[in-house]
Design a protein around this ligand. Structure first.
Ligand SMILES: Cc1cc2nc3c(=O)[nH]c(=O)nc-3n(C[C@H](O)[C@H](O)[C@H](O)COP(=O)(O)OP(=O)(O)OC[C@H]3O[C@@H](n4cnc5c(N)ncnc54)[C@H](O)[C@@H]3O)c2cc1C
Length: 401
């Protein structure tokens, strides 16, 4: 078996893997393997947006990284690691401006600034977006940059296991899916960026590829997992297929109604209403259904009709298409049937070993993105903070090797 040698190996071609690839390939010989073509990674499904305290909203209110950090820590039920949260929130404006300068097609306000919409748990319109296809836009932007910079890609290579000697990772075994051959790739550093593991749930917004392979491989190599008990349920999954109806829909003004035509969030969260944190809205929806106030005992209504055709087509075109294709409902004319479902696992590969944000207890093994638990989300992630996490910590790897 021919062994391929590199300075570092990255497993995963989603936003976190590509961000790490772009940084490390500036000086190192880096290979990135992914079980699907990188632009098919699950990051491409992210709809709503990425958080940064740019303070662009025309209402003129000032936003700051400190406010972003406060909302993140509060949303996490005070269980996030505050030093990591502060670091992420301070980096956020820089990250978004960098994406903009790489050509990411962000939606804009009238004055030309990057548009920002309100998301749950944030006291401010802080979520930057590219219509309701933000992940797709950012993923393609980073992929282009990685190609330009000469990252070596192994597409459709499947990580089987890590190779370790004593307490050090020295490479990995991968299956080349096209040929069926097993390959050994060696490097003194391996970065796991293999995404989430939502597919352990029956009803999940996650793609079929989100099977937690990297988490499994690192666990088998002796790395402990962290925060596994913290699982996020998204309030609005499309009834029948569990496809996500982005929080951006409520950020744009979408309302939730039960079968008595009541806006039940008015009594559950009188201030934040439909934009309360996800755990609160998901619990409220499930309670309405369980107590007989749902439709067909299975869903409640997400109503966008009052937003009007122009705004829906401009700001939520993907949501409209998905509801038409998978539920036969045109959101311009009728409310969308939704219920809560698994969306995100806050836990993952335990990092922050000996103080470094992304380093694990196995020498040479790092973890970034959704498969890692750098602990910025605590018990509950705020919408828009995950795309941010992937991009911030993917890049951070380079500064700390
Ligand atoms: C429907 C949906 C919408 C979302 N919307 C938002 C949003 O608007 N804003 C936000 O902040 N967050 C959002 N999130 C969360 C966010 O999209 C993800 O947390 C983030 O994109 C994960 O990125 P990642 O790079 O860690 O992993 P992924 O993008 O999932 O990439 C994982 C990579 O690992 C590779 N891989 C996995 N296993 C193997 C293996 N065995 N061998 C080789 N390669 C492997 C895959 O091929 C893939 O390239 C959303 C999540 C969902 C489910």
């Amino acid at each position: 078996m021919k062994v391929k040698e590199f300075d570092a190996l990255i497993v995963g071609g989603g936003l976190s893997g590509l961000a790490a690839g772009l940084e490390l390939s500036r000086e190192w010989n880096v290979a990135l393997l992914s079980k699907v073509n990188p632009v098919r990674s699950h990051s491409g499904a992210a709809q709503g947006g990425i958080n940064a305290a740019l303070g662009n909203h025309p209402d003129g209110r000032e936003d700051t990284p400190e406010r972003h950090a406060f909302d993140t820590v509060k949303g996490s039920d005070y269980l996030a690691d505050q030093d990591v949260v502060m670091f992420m929130c301070k980096e956020a404006p820089k990250i978004v401006i960098e994406f903009e300068s790489m050509g990411a097609p962000f939606s804009r306000f009238e004055d030309g600034k990057i548009a920002q919409r309100p998301f749950g748990g944030a006291g401010f319109p802080r979520t930057c977006y590219a219509a309701d296809r933000t992940g797709h836009a950012l993923l393609h932007t980073l992929y282009e940059q990685c190609i330009r910079q000469g990252v070596i890609f192994y597409d459709e290579f499947f990580l089987i296991d890590l190779i370790t000697i004593e307490n050090r990772v020295v490479g990995l075994i991968a299956l080349d899916i096209a040929s069926g051959n097993l390959e050994i790739l060696r490097a003194p550093y391996v970065i796991l960026a293999t995404g989430g593991f939502g597919r352990i749930y029956r009803a999940s917004t996650n793609a079929l590829i989100c099977t937690g392979d990297g988490v499994g491989a690192s666990f088998r190599a002796g790395v402990p997992m962290q925060d596994c008990e913290f699982v996020q349920f998204h309030p609005t999954c499309l009834y029948g297929s569990d496809i996500l109806m982005s929080e951006g829909a409520r950020g744009e003004g979408g309302l939730l109604f039960n079968n008595k035509n009541e806006r039940f969030m008015l009594k559950i969260a009188p201030e934040a209403k439909e934009l309360a944190p996800r755990d609160i809205v998901a619990r409220a929806i499930t309670t309405e259904i369980n107590e007989g106030r749902g439709f067909e005992d299975a869903f409640i209504h997400l109503d966008l009709t009052h937003l009007g055709a122009k705004r829906i087509k401009e700001r939520l075109p993907g949501i409209r298409d998905i509801a038409i294709d998978f539920a036969g409902v045109d959101s311009i004319e009728k409310p969308i049937p939704v219920h809560a479902g698994h969306h995100y696992s806050m836990g993952g590969i335990g990092t922050k070993y000996e103080g470094d944000f992304c380093e694990t207890s196995l020498n040479g093994l790092w973890a970034v993105g959704e498969n890692a638990c750098v602990s910025v989300h605590g018990a509950n992630r705020l919408g828009g903070n995950s795309l941010l996490e992937t991009s911030v910590f993917g890049r951070y790897i380079d500064e700390n090797f």
